[in-house]
Every structure is written in C-alpha cells, then in structure tokens.
Design a binder for this molecule. Structure first.
Ligand code: HEC
Ligand code: HEC
Ligand code: HEC
Ligand code: HEC
Ligand code: HEC
Length: 388
C-alpha cells in the first residue's frame, strides 16, 4: 500500500517539471509551521498584488510603459510564464494569477538554486534541472547529495525508522546553503540603465564569520521542521527584517553612551556584515530624550540614509546616477553621534534606534497613503541612568 502511494506521489511530481516542480501549498502538507511563517513573509508578499510599496514604485517605473516586468527575476521567480515572455521579448506584465498572489519568492525557487552567476547589472540564479531535488543544509550531512526516502525495519519489522522525505530528494552538498551565498542572486546588487547601483548589500562575504545571512535572518525558532519526523526547532521562514519582526534583529545593534565636556556621545554599533539598512526607500533614525526632574526633553533626532539621485538632488531609482548623500551606518561600523547637551547626575537618557520603511518624503512622492508604511518602527531601545 505504502509503495503505491509513493509511486503516485512521484508520478505527480514528474509531470510538473523541474524549477516549478510544486506550488508552496504542496509543501504546506508536511511543513505547516514553515509554510505559515513563509505565508506572512515579504518573500511571499513580493508582487505588485501583495506589496503596496513594490506596486507604487512599479506604477511609476518606465518599464511599465514598455510592458517589461523585469522585476520578476527577483520578485516573482515562480511565475515561469511571465519569465518566458520576458526572455522572448514579448509583452510581459504581471497577471493576477496564483504565482503572483500565492508564491512570490516561493519555497521551490529558493530551494532549487544550484549556483549564483555573477553579473555587473544583477546576479543571476541558476536553477537545477534535476527533478525532485531540493537543496538544503544540515550539520553532519554536508557530503550527502542524494538523500531519498527510506525505511529501515528492525526487530522483525516491529520498529521502523524512516529517513528522508517521501516527497522529494535532498541534496545537502551545496555550500551556498551553509554560508548564505544562495541569497545573493537576488540580494547582492542591482544596477539601473545608467550603470548605477541603486542598491547594494555589499556583504563582506567571509566564510569564517560565525554569523551569516541565514543565521541572522533565519534564526532557529520553536516548532517542528516537518510532520514526519520530530524536531524541536526549525529555521524561521518569516525572514526577520524591516517588514517582519525587526526586534529579533535588535541583538545585532548595540547602543552605548559616554559623557564628555560638551555633552555626550551615543555610539550605534552595527554588527551586520552589510550597511544597517539597504533599500534606498529606508530612513533610519536615532531618537533621544532626557528625563530630568520629572520632565522629558526630546533632543533633535538624527537620521541616517543613503540618498540616490542626479545632479545633487534625490530622484526615483531609475533616474539616479549617483549617491547624493550616504550617512547609513556601514557594515560592522560603530558610529559615534555627538549631542551638545550637558548631562547632570540622576538624568535618564533614553535612546531609540529605528526606521521608516518608506521615508515620509518618498511616501509622499509615491502617493503611498497607508501611514503604517511610513511611520517610525522601533528596532532597539536603551536606557542610561547617569551617575557620578
Ligand atoms: C536583482 C533582484 C531584484 C530585481 C531585478 C528587482 N528587485 Fe526590488 N527588491 C529586491 C530585493 C532583494 C529587495 C529587498 C531589499 C531590502 O529590503 O533591502 C527588493 C525590494 C524592493 C522594494 C522595497 C519593498 C518593500 O516592501 O519595502 C521595492 C519598492 C522594489 N524592490 C521595487 C522593484 C521594482 C519596481 C523592480 C523592477 C523594476 C525591482 N524591484 C526589481 C531585488 C530585486
Ligand atoms: C510528504 C511530505 C513532504 C512534502 C509534501 C514535502 N516535504 Fe520536505 N521534507 C519532508 C520530510 C519528512 C523531510 C525530512 C527529511 C529528513 O529528516 O531526512 C523533509 C525535508 C525537507 C528539507 C530539508 C530539511 C533539512 O533537513 O535541512 C527541505 C528544504 C524541504 N523538505 C523542502 C520542501 C519543499 C520546498 C517542499 C514543497 C515543494 C516539500 N519539502 C514538500 C517531507 C515533505
Ligand atoms: C550579524 C547579523 C546579520 C547578518 C550576518 C546579516 N544581516 Fe541583514 N540585517 C541585520 C540587521 C541588524 C538589519 C537591520 C534591522 C532590520 O532590518 O530590521 C538587517 C537588515 C537586512 C535587510 C533589510 C534591509 C532593508 O533596508 O530593508 C535585508 C534585506 C538583509 N538584512 C539581508 C541580509 C543578507 C542577504 C545577508 C547576507 C549577506 C545579511 N542580511 C546578513 C543583521 C544581519
Ligand atoms: C528566501 C529563500 C527561502 C524560501 C522562500 C524558503 N526557504 Fe526553506 N530554507 C532556506 C534556507 C536558506 C534554509 C536554511 C538552510 C537549509 O537548511 O537549507 C532553509 C531551510 C528549510 C528547511 C529546513 C529547516 C531547518 O530547520 O533546518 C525546510 C524544511 C525548508 N526550508 C522548507 C521550506 C518550505 C516548505 C518553504 C515554503 C513554505 C521554504 N522553505 C521557503 C531558504 C528558503
Ligand atoms: C529569488 C530572489 C530572492 C532570494 C533567493 C532571496 N530573497 Fe530575500 N527578498 C527578495 C525580494 C524580492 C524581497 C523584497 C520583497 C518585497 O518586500 O517586495 C526580499 C526580502 C527580504 C527580506 C525582508 C526585507 C525587509 O525589508 O523586511 C529579508 C530579511 C530577506 N529578503 C532576506 C533573505 C535571505 C537571508 C535570503 C537567503 C537565505 C534571501 N532573502 C533570499 C528576493 C529574494
């Protein structure tokens, strides 16, 4: 009986051809916890139908006139039909289909990246053409490239031990899934038509670094990784970031205070191996207040941004040919911010480091009216009690 079910399952798989071998919904059956996290993540919500910010920029983008949704390569790689049209030079505009609404950067598009090809304009994901094979990482299995489902019976068939997945094979031998390089087909950089890098993660790719894209943005959280074998934890698939659970990243931002003759210095340390914020729409801000004798005094907030534009003025990304201003806190940088405000004993300084997902100015320009997208979100808060 079991045999029959397995054959039927693989039969189903084979008819669905490699890269788009399955919709994420199929994975949900055995990976429900991971699926739920993914469903709420910005990887699922990355199309013009599911991300209002992406839509606002696309609506103003000159490629819309040309009917070339080239954003698909990174934003909706599961929409193979659209990608084929793009490749063939035909009109390729997103349609309200399942890939756009339910998949975005889908389970399969992430787990079938065989390697990353490096290019100046943007890197390219090369997907495996092996059927039913998914890449993954697991300590101790680095050498296994073809893990299939098996059952081992012992005690005359009374105890069966199952291993592998009954639905797919697993290739554990791809090092890009251990050091985070598999993220860099989409997250490395993107140049516009003026050969200007609109965004750049500029990650110091150091394999000896203990922390990488995966360990920081997919921390181990409670809950089983699948429904077949027990496991206490799994890698978080909501992807901590600006849109989801920024506070889970707070531990990588350190705030410190020291006093000097003219006031005090707040140091913001970014432990990420990339600039603290990456997308040109973001605005980071340090808000500081001093509590003294029951009163609270707000000091002038300090902002950090990478502003892109032309002729010294901020512009939309497709017009930009240069950096107008870059005060973003860089990879592993400790930024000292000076406040000319003399502290007294028993003062309490409260420092809040946070961000606007879309800077209020840009939100205005884009006609984004949902205030939640352009209001201050807290990343890290620290209180300093001033003593002698
Ligand atoms: C090379 C891959 C790539 C291409 C091509 C690409 N993007 Fe993106 N885009 C990304 C990544 C990665 C992010 C997330 C970056 C981050 O949050 O720092 C992103 C984020 C965005 C955001 C911010 C979304 C948010 O919710 O805050 C907007 C807006 C956006 N892209 C617009 C576009 C448009 C419009 C196009 C096509 C004209 C496009 N992108 C093409 C990779 C790409
Ligand atoms: C019929 C159940 C089933 C379905 C459907 C299924 N999986 Fe799995 N999957 C498993 C099991 C069981 C394991 C654990 C294998 C092991 O422990 O050796 C697994 C393991 C994995 C792993 C490797 C985890 C590791 O050990 O690092 C990945 C990645 C994965 N599945 C992704 C997917 C994706 C993506 C889909 C949808 C295309 C999918 N799975 C559909 C049962 C399933
Ligand atoms: C040491 C931990 C750490 C490592 C390693 C790390 N990040 Fe981050 N990342 C952060 C922190 C902290 C932030 C800023 C807080 C936030 O986004 O809420 C961030 C933000 C981001 C954002 C959102 C930025 C924006 O402007 O929208 C993206 C996308 C991102 N990281 C991708 C990556 C990728 C890809 C890698 C691997 C090259 C990586 N990160 C490595 C900690 C890390
Ligand atoms: C943005 C890329 C991305 C997406 C989307 C994605 N994954 Fe993953 N997944 C990873 C990475 C990276 C890892 C950690 C390394 C590894 O085990 O492959 C991982 C790990 C896993 C694991 C092993 C979990 C563990 O605790 O080790 C399973 C199972 C899995 N993914 C299934 C899925 C399923 C099911 C979906 C869709 C619902 C999905 N993934 C979507 C990148 C992704
Ligand atoms: C196939 C392309 C692709 C791959 C592979 C990919 N991403 Fe993304 N990622 C995107 C796009 C596109 C977005 C922005 C979606 C949006 O908001 O419209 C994004 C968003 C994010 C965000 C949320 C940023 C925010 O503003 O909140 C984080 C964090 C992130 N990715 C981390 C990763 C990590 C870590 C990996 C590797 C394990 C990875 N991504 C692999 C395309 C990709």
């Amino acid at each position: 009986m079991q045999r029959v079910i397995l054959i039927v399952m693989f039969g189903l798989l084979a008819s669905n051809a490699s890269a788009n071998m399955a919709e994420s919904k199929v994975c949900q059956k055995c990976h429900p916890v991971i699926y739920d996290e993914f469903y709420d993540s910005s990887h699922r919500k990355s199309s013009i139908y599911t991300d209002p910010i992406h839509k606002a920029v696309w609506d103003k983008h000159p490629l819309k006139e040309e009917e070339k949704y080239s954003c698909a390569k990174c934003h909706t790689p599961a929409d193979l039909e659209l990608l084929e049209k793009l490749e063939a030079g035909e009109s390729a505009l997103p349609q309200r289909n399942n890939a756009q609404l339910e998949e975005g950067v889908s389970c399969v598009s992430c787990h079938t990246i065989e390697r990353i090809e490096e290019h100046a304009k943007a890197n390219k994901n090369i997907f495996t053409d092996k059927e039913k094979v998914l890449y993954s990482a697991r300590e101790g299995k680095e050498g296994e490239d073809d893990v299939s489902f098996s059952r081992n019976s012992s005690f005359f068939g009374m105890v069966t031990e199952k291993s592998g997945s009954p639905y797919h094979k697993i290739d554990f031998s791809n090092s890009d899934y251990y050091d985070g390089k598999m993220c860099m087909g989409c997250h490395s950089h993107k140049e516009n038509a003026h050969k200007f890098a609109v965004c750049k993660t500029d990650a110091k790719h150091d394999p000896s670094d203990e922390k990488n894209c995966i360990s920081c943005h997919m921390p181990l959280v409670k809950g089983a990784m699948n429904t077949v074998h027990e496991s206490a934890s799994h890698r978080y698939h909501g992807f901590t970031g600006v849109a989801d659970k920024p506070k889970m990243l707070a531990q990588y931002v350190k705030l410190d205070l020291s006093r000097d003759e003219t006031g005090f210095v707040l140091t913001v340390k970014n432990e990420a191996n990339h600039p603290l914020f990456l997308h040109p729409l973001r605005l980071a801000e340090l808000q500081v207040s001093v509590k003294r004798e029951g009163k609270e005094i707000d000091l002038e907030p300090v902002s950090f941004a990478r502003v892109i534009g032309k002729d010294g003025k901020a512009t939309m990304p497709w017009i930009a040919d240069s950096i107008v201003k870059d005060t973003q806190i860089q990879a592993k940088e400790s930024r000292a911010v000076t406040f000319t405000y003399l502290l007294k004993d028993a003062d309490v300084v409260e420092a809040k480091m946070g961000f606007y997902r879309v800077s209020p100015k840009a939100a205005n320009g884009l006609g984004l009216t949902d205030k939640r997208l352009s209001s201050f979100t807290l990343l890290k808060k620290e209180r300093f009690e001033i003593k002698k």
